[in-house]
Design a binder for this molecule. Structure first.
Ligand code: PGA
Length: 254
């Protein structure tokens, strides 16, 4: 079903001012001219999205939001509607990033509603999961990840839409630490079997990607059959570095 094999997503978090975001979009637009038929997504902050949209003309870079609310319209002061995100040209939305789970107490009940609202509004959700360091050390990783998947995707129907699950171990985000080959085998094997159980007839449009301290020096370690793409934070804040990561990860993909 999918017309791309791998996807690369830049998460700029709240790290840039408006002018800086616009400048970076312009640089990316220039540098990613050869990526028209590849799936590379920029997620600037909300305020920069409309300005980013008008600057992305030739490169084929897509836009994503870093969050969205679970309702489309109404008395929800301060929230951002998935309907409006679609209207201004977003195709993707990150849902349940661990920084939101930690700082805004988002749980998988909320995340589940956001995943459904995104799909209903033709936005592809990028649902984040990942264990804390102590959960890993206590041998609870599999249990935690399975629970996050089952709660986050409860009652979700895909109907030929895409779903992206980003495995982002909390201990790997912004820390310089990354997962080992052994972790990859274990975690992606688990994700595959749980996702097949949740969506027995609809596996084609599901991508399982990785995020956490990816950069151009370590990206080759993530170019594995099981990993369908990357969610890149810090290393996506420089166009050249993000280009190197994208080139290496997407090389030879048709
Ligand atoms: P990082 O962030 O690449 O800076 O570790 C990844 C993320 O939080 O999505």
């Amino acid at each position: 079903m999918s017309d791309f094999k791998r996807i690369i997503i830049a998460n700029w978090k709240m790290k840039l001012g408006f002018d800086e975001s616009v400048e970076l979009v312009e640089e990316m637009e220039e540098q990613f001219r050869d990526f028209r038929d590849r799936e590379v997504v920029l997620c600037p902050d909300f305020l920069s999205l409309p300005a980013a949209k008008v600057r992305l003309t030739e490169s084929g870079l897509k836009l994503g939001a870093q969050d969205s609310f679970w309702e489309e319209q109404g008395s929800y002061t301060g929230e951002i509607s998935p309907l409006n995100l679609k209207e201004i040209g977003c195709n993707y939305v990150i849902v349940g990033h661990s920084e939101r789970r930690k700082n805004l107490m988002e749980d998988y009940h909320i995340i589940n509603k956001k995943v459904k609202a995104a799909l209903n509004n033709k936005l592809t959700p990028i649902m984040c999961i990942g264990e804390k360091l102590e959960e890993k050390e206590e041998g609870k990783r599999e249990e935690v990840l399975e629970e996050q998947l089952r709660q986050g995707l409860k009652g979700v129907e895909l109907h030929d839409k895409y779903l992206i699950v980003a495995y982002e171990p909390i201990w790997a985000i912004g820390s310089g630490k990354t997962i080992t080959d052994e972790d990859i085998e274990e975690v992606y094997g688990l994700l595959d079997s749980v996702l097949k159980d949740i969506f027995p007839d609809n596996h084609e449009g599901i991508f399982t990607i990785y995020g956490g301290s990816v950069n151009s020096q370590n990206v080759s370690g993530f170019k594995k059959e099981q990993i369908d793409g990357l969610l890149v934070g810090g290393a996506s804040l420089q166009a050249e570095e993000f280009l190197k990561i994208s080139q290496q990860m997407l090389k030879n993909d048709e």
